[in-house]
Structures are given as structure tokens and as C-alpha cells.
Design a protein around this ligand. Structure first.
Ligand code: XMP
Length: 329
């Protein structure tokens, strides 16, 4: 039953009890659909794919084959968390693909934002398809499609990924399994919590598919990408410490491709700036800027400059959307 629509009268899943009813139903449906066959899942570590993984591990155990592709553009600690939660704690059948060099080599020298996105998307499919071709006896492909994806593609707002994008020889092999398809995002989180996923996985802020690549504007270099990753980790740590995690809708850093003069230990520096962006929204169409307390800004400036190699200046982005978009590319 991959094409399961949300019934008009479906009760909103807001409590652990309702989540458990949904989980039990989906486990039964998944077992019925999958039988003794294998099912493949691209597990990014985002909320939707993580909830699908946790649910299908309960339903069919090692018949689920998770593939986690590390494209080098993930946030600090993300691949490690996927391995810890799914392989170590849930004993999943997890294939970890270190594709960092493959992606960064392809992206070297590419500065056009659309070309960067295209390369990242296409290479992701190539890596996943390579893994799929290696596996024998996999008949199903699980996806973290959720109900807003279906509504948006019906309304022509955005194309829904589905198996689209996979080469024909791969796509034709699989029947889809979409256990969270009837759910809205807040319901996916309630279900994820009930499945025992950690809070920082269930309540994580939105993160674009091309990852830190869009926060390293222009041609990505490994050193500037590391500056984005390290400054982002500091920002997330400080937001958590200051009770802002889960309160501010999205926050991240950007390291643009220009340098300016500074001074450190009495010596001239010539390094990148780090831009902080923190925003709130309800619909992502219009976005307002979160104004941080002065002390927190001062502390972030000190920590980022002291701890992130290559940064000598910290800037704050005060621009709402419109006129600016959330991401820089
Ligand atoms: P923009 O920059 O369009 O971002 O104002 C709006 C929201 O969408 C996220 N975003 C993406 N998410 N793939 C995604 O999955 C993408 O290519 C992508 N681009 C932007 C962005 O982080 C913000 O939450």
C-alpha cells in the first residue's frame, strides 16, 4: 500500500498514545507489504527518513537496508549520530558510504549556485544507485514522503521527489513503501519521539538537501567548508545552552568567499567573515529576523573568532524574507 492517502477524517496525531496506534498500524501494513523481502532506504538523518527507518526496523528488522551517504556537506556530528542511533542503538542494517571526496572533487571550482545544486543532487542519486545495484533481492524502496509533499505536488508548488531521479533500471525494480505519507510534519515528530529517536533528531531545524554547500557561497573549498561547519556547530551549541533551540525556527552560519583585514596577537590577518543568520517563520514565504541578546552576540563573536580557523570578523544578517531568501544560494 504505497499510495496511502490521508483520510479526510483522520485524527491529528498529537499524543504518544495516538502515535503508538499509528505505529502499530504501520508496522502491520509494512509487514504485510514487504513479507520476507528486503527494503532499501536512503537515510539522511533528517526527521522524515529517520522516522521511516525507526518504524521499519521495528516492522522488518534487518530486512531494511539503510544507506547513509556522507557527501561532505553535512553538519558537524551528523554522520556519527546516524551511525550511533541506527547501527549501534537500533542494530540496523546500515551501509555508510563515505562519498566526501567524490562530491568535493566534482564541486571543485564550480561557483554557479544552480550548477552546484544540480551536481549535488545528481551525484547523490549516482551514489545511491551504485549501492542499490550492488544489492541482491531488494524489491522495495522506502521513502520519507509526508502529506505536505503530496499536497504541494498536487497543487503544482513543487515536484515531489518520489522515485523520480533514480535511473530507470533502478526505479523499475522497486515498489514504494511510504509509512509516514499520511502525516504532517508535527505528527512525524510525535511519532519519532514515540519510536525513541533522540530529541535533537526529532526536533531538528530544517536543513537544505544541498547542505552546507549553499552556505559556502561560490566555489567550495575544503578549508572554507570546514569554517562553515565549525561555526555552525558553535552557533547550535550556544543556541542550545541559551534555551533558543526549538524556539528559533532556523539558524546557521555562512562563510562568504571574500577576505578582509584584521589583527590578532599584534599581527595582521587576512581572513573570511562569518555571517550569522537566525530567523522565524510560519510559512517560509515570509521570514522575520530573530534579534539576539547583545551578550550572546558578543560571546558568539569571541568564540567563533577564537575557535574557527580562517575567520577574523563576525557579521549578523538583519534582512527579512522578502527581500532576501533564507539561504544564500
Ligand atoms: P529559501 O532560501 O528558499 O529557503 O528562502 C526556504 C527554506 O527552504 C530550505 N531550503 C531547502 N531545502 N532543499 C531543501 O530540502 C533545498 O535545496 C533547499 N533550499 C532551501 C531553507 O533552508 C529554508 O528553510
Amino acid at each position: 500500500m504505497s499510495l496511502m492517502d490521508r483520510p479526510d477524517n483522520m485524527e491529528r496525531i498529537t499524543t504518544p498514545e495516538l502515535a503508538q496506534v499509528f505505529i502499530d498500524e504501520q508496522i502491520a501494513l509494512a509487514r504485510e507489504q514487504i513479507g520476507d523481502k528486503k527494503v532499501l532506504l536512503a537515510l539522511s538523518g533528517g526527521v522524515d527518513s529517520s522516522v521511516v527507518a525507526a518504524l521499519l526496523i521495528k516492522a522488518v528488522g534487518k530486512q531494511l537496508v539503510c544507506v547513509h551517504v556522507n557527501h561532505g556537506l553535512l553538519r558537524k556530528g551528523e554522520p556519527e549520530q546516524v551511525i550511533e542511533v541506527f547501527k549501534n542503538q537500533m542494530d540496523a542494517n546500515l551501509i555508510y558510504v563515505d562519498a566526501v571526496d567524490r562530491f568535493l572533487d566534482l564541486l571543485a571550482g564550480v561557483s554557479d549556485p544552480e550548477e552546484k545544486r544540480h551536481i549535488i543532487g545528481e551525484e547523490f542519486i549516482n551514489v545511491f544507485a551504485d549501492e542499490a545495484r550492488k544489492l541482491e533481492g531488494v524489491d522495495f524502496l522506502a521513502q520519507g514522503t509526508i502529506w505536505p509533499d503530496i499536497l504541494e505536488s498536487r497543487d503544482g508548488i513543487k515536484a515531489h521527489h518520489n522515485a523520480g531521479g533514480l535511473p530507470d533500471d533502478i526505479a523499475e525494480r522497486f515498489e514504494l513503501v511510504e509509512p509516514v505519507r499520511p502525516l504532517f510534519k508535527d505528527e512525524v515528530r510525535v511519532v519519532g519521539k514515540q519510536l525513541g529517536l533522540p530529541d535533537d533528531m526529532v526536533y531538528r531545524q530544517p536543513f537544505p538537501g544541498p547542505g552546507l554547500g549553499v552556505r559556502c557561497p561560490g566555489a567550495i573549498t575544503r578549508d572554507r567548508l570546514e569554517a562553515v561547519r565549525e561555526s555552525d556547530a558553535i552557533l547550535r551549541e550556544e543556541f542550545a545552552k541559551n534555551g533558543l533551540e526549538g524556539k528559533v525556527w532556523q539558524y546557521f552560519t555562512v562563510v562568504p568567499d571574500f577576505k578582509s583585514t584584521g589583527i590578532k596577537d599584534g599581527k595582521r590577518t587576512f581572513d573570511w567573515p562569518c555571517i550569522i543568520r537566525a530567523i522565524n517563520t510560519t510559512d517560509v514565504v515570509e521570514v522575520t529576523v530573530e534579534h539576539l541578546p547583545d551578550e550572546l552576540i558578543d560571546h558568539l563573536v569571541k568564540r567563533i573568532i577564537a575557535e574557527v580557523p580562517g575567520i577574523n570578523r563576525v557579521l549578523y544578517d538583519f534582512t527579512p524574507k522578502p527581500p532576501a531568501t533564507v539561504e544564500y544560494e
